[in-house]
Structure formats: structure tokens, C-alpha cells
Design a binder for this molecule. Structure first.
Ligand SMILES: NC(=O)C1=CN([C@@H]2O[C@H](COP(=O)(O)OP(=O)(O)OC[C@H]3O[C@@H](n4cnc5c(N)ncnc54)[C@H](O)[C@@H]3O)[C@@H](O)[C@H]2O)C=CC1
Ligand SMILES: O=C(O)[C@@H]1CCC=N1
Length: 259
């Protein structure tokens, strides 16, 4: 099976690093700038260099704003039973088809921990997709972490707001948490270890537990103790709850604008 990746930057590169572990697939990239690709991946700087080659899967991994300029013409490289996979945020099946014609499209919303096989991806199959196309894309994405199919396209934009952009929120929360630890007197190295290992340990514990995260939170919190004091400051008046709602809503609204 042959896959063509259009754009191989941060997200395309993270996925490709996992996909090359699938021996049944070979990979070709078109990207004017990409560097340091895995062994055995062919790189072309311009699509004209592809000649008359056909692919089973064409993955779109350029910025959404480039879709209309870059994609027209790529339909000629799609084999008869081939399909297009797009990771572009927001960009709808209808917009991809207006650039590429009446092709099969699967939208994919991965996130950056795919680079270590711990991503989570939402998947949405457009109306023309066959079961074989769905399972081919699903097995590739499973190399990058877990997968969740959604059956309406709007849900993929909601996946984007929660999980696609999610690592950005987590890194920002970690950054401010580390700054707070430094303000209490720890060195940057100490603060980084204390915060990241606390976050990783707490998240892993929640993943392995059948308890709700609320119950787990309560198991840390002694009446009138230190955690209670911290939590009162963190979300005593519901500010954090409201902030997380606004955060995910803003990302969803932006995905809708990019359709
Ligand atoms: N970065 C992330 O965490 C995530 C990104 N995405 C989506 O992935 C897509 C790419 O985002 P990033 O990798 O972050 O951006 P990026 O800027 O790192 O990568 C884009 C790549 O496209 C290449 N490119 C530009 N013009 C091109 C052309 N004419 N032909 C072929 N390649 C071309 C660039 O050289 C670059 O390597 C976007 O649509 C974004 O919405 C989706 C989920 C997560
Ligand atoms: O920020 C963005 O638009 C892309 C999509 C999800 C994560 N990064």
C-alpha cells in the first residue's frame, strides 16, 4: 500500500514517525521545506516530480489556510480505490471535495503526543468511504495512539477543541504551574521535575482507576488541609470551570470558522 503525505511539518512528521513502523505501507512526502525524514521515505519538493504514480492514500497535512491553493491537481495521484485523509483543523469534507473533486475523504484529528505513540485521534468518514478505506486509516492511526470514530462531522471539530488543541492547554497549564513552583523557591530543574512528574503520576493514576476524577481529587484533600486551601484558591468560585468551558468553546468556534 502506498501513501502520499502532502506537508510534513510538526504534526505530519509526528504521524509519519509512527506510520513507518507499518511494513505494509510505503511513504512519499511532498513538502518544499521538510527535513530529517525517516529512512525509506521519499521526499519531493514539488508535486510535479510525482510523475504518473498513483497512491492508495493521500494525506493532507498542510495548514488549513493553504488547502484551496495547494490541493487542486492532487486528485490525479489517487488510485481507483484510494482515499484522501485530512488532518487539517476545521477544513470540511465539502471544502476538500471542492478542491479535489468527488473523492472519498476521511477527516482525522490527531494530537501531538502521537509522536510517542500516546496521541488520541478523532476520525470521521465522509459519505463515499468504504469499510476497507476506514480500516486502512484506522490501523495507521492506531500506530499513533488511540482512535475514536465520530459519526457526525461537527463532532470532529469538537474533538479538535478538546483533544487536537488539548496538548497546548496542558503545556500552558504545566508552564504556569512550573512558574508557581519557582516562585515558591525551587530551581527551574526542580520545579520541572516536581510539576511534570506530579501531573504524569496523577493522570496515569486516573487512567488506571475506575473512580471518577472527582473521587480521586477528594482522596487527596484533607478537611481543612493544604489541598483544600489550594483548591479553594484554584476553583473555589468556579472560575477554572468557566475558563475551561471558554477555552474549548473558543477553539471549537475557530474550527467552525476554518470550515
Ligand atoms: N500541530 C498540531 O498539534 C496539530 C496540527 N494539526 C493540523 O495539521 C496541519 C499541519 O499543522 P502543523 O504540522 O502544525 O504545521 P507545520 O507548519 O509544522 O507543517 C506544515 C507543513 O506544510 C508544508 N507546506 C507548506 N506549503 C506546502 C505545499 N505547497 N506543499 C506541501 N507542503 C507544504 C510546510 O513546509 C510544513 O512542513 C494543519 O492543518 C493543522 O490544523 C492537526 C492536529 C494537531
Ligand atoms: O492550532 C491548530 O489550529 C492545530 C489544530 C489542532 C492543534 N493544532
Amino acid at each position: 500500500m502506498k501513501a502520499l503525505l502532502i506537508g510534513c511539518g510538526k504534526m505530519g512528521g509526528a504521524l509519519l514517525g509512527r506510520w513507518v513502523k507499518s511494513p505494509e505501507w510505503s511513504f512519499t512526502v511532498v513538502d518544499p521545506m521538510a527535513q530529517d525524514l525517516p529512512d525509506d521515505v521519499r521526499l519531493f519538493r514539488d508535486r510535479e516530480e510525482l510523475g504518473s504514480e498513483l497512491f492508495d492514500l493521500v494525506i493532507v497535512a498542510v495548514k488549513p489556510q493553504l488547502i484551496d491553493a495547494v490541493l487542486p491537481g492532487y486528485e490525479q495521484y489517487l488510485g481507483a480505490t484510494g482515499c484522501v485523509g485530512s488532518i487539517a483543523a476545521g477544513c470540511s469534507v465539502a471544502r476538500l471535495q471542492s478542491a479535489l473533486g468527488d473523492v472519498s475523504v476521511i477527516r482525522i484529528m490527531p494530537n501531538l503526543p502521537a509522536s510517542i505513540g500516546q496521541g488520541v485521534s478523532g476520525l470521521f468518514a465522509g459519505p463515499k468511504c468504504t469499510p476497507a478505506q476506514r480500516s486502512g486509516v484506522e490501523s495507521l492511526m492506531q500506530q499513533a495512539g488511540t482512535t475514536v470514530w465520530v459519526d457526525e462531522e461537527d463532532a470532529l471539530d469538537r474533538v479538535t477543541a478538546v483533544a487536537g488543541s488539548g496538548p497546548g492547554y496542558v503545556f500552558e497549564i504545566a508552564r504556569t504551574y512550573i512558574e508557581a513552583a519557582e516562585a515558591l523557591g525551587f530551581t527551574t530543574a526542580q520545579a520541572r521535575a516536581l510539576v511534570l512528574d506530579t501531573m504524569a503520576g496523577a493522570v496515569e493514576m486516573a487512567r488506571r482507576s475506575d473512580e471518577s476524577v472527582e473521587t480521586l481529587r477528594n482522596s487527596v484533600t484533607s478537611k481543612n488541609g493544604t489541598t483544600q486551601a489550594g483548591l479553594d484558591a484554584l476553583n473555589g468560585d468556579g472560575t477554572l470551570t468557566e475558563l475551561m468551558r471558554r477555552t474549548t468553546r473558543a477553539a471549537y468556534d475557530r474550527a467552525v470558522e476554518l470550515r
